[in-house]
Design a protein around this ligand. Structure first.
Ligand SMILES: [Zn+2]
Length: 73
């Protein structure tokens, strides 16, 4: 996962006005207070963040496997 294409794809599930903040949140872990309070009350954004967490944790697992495999060479 060398780029943030997945985040852009996922951002299509949230309101257009939240997309930039959403992508920043799921890729950089940064969010404005406005986005945080929106997230608290928005199920669409919560579901999209949930998916992002799954995608990024799968990515980390793959990275861990790759590193482990390299060590065994
Ligand atoms: Zn929302």
């Amino acid at each position: 996962m060398s780029d943030d294409k997945w985040a852009e794809k996922l951002a299509e599930k949230v309101e257009p006005e939240q997309r930039t903040e959403f992508i920043r949140f799921v890729t950089a872990g940064e969010s404005s207070p406005e986005f945080q309070s929106h997230l608290d009350s928005c199920q669409a954004c919560q579901a999209a963040v949930e998916e992002a967490v799954q995608i990024t944790s799968r990515g980390l697992e793959r990275l861990a496997e790759t590193l482990a495999a390299d060590r065994n060479k």
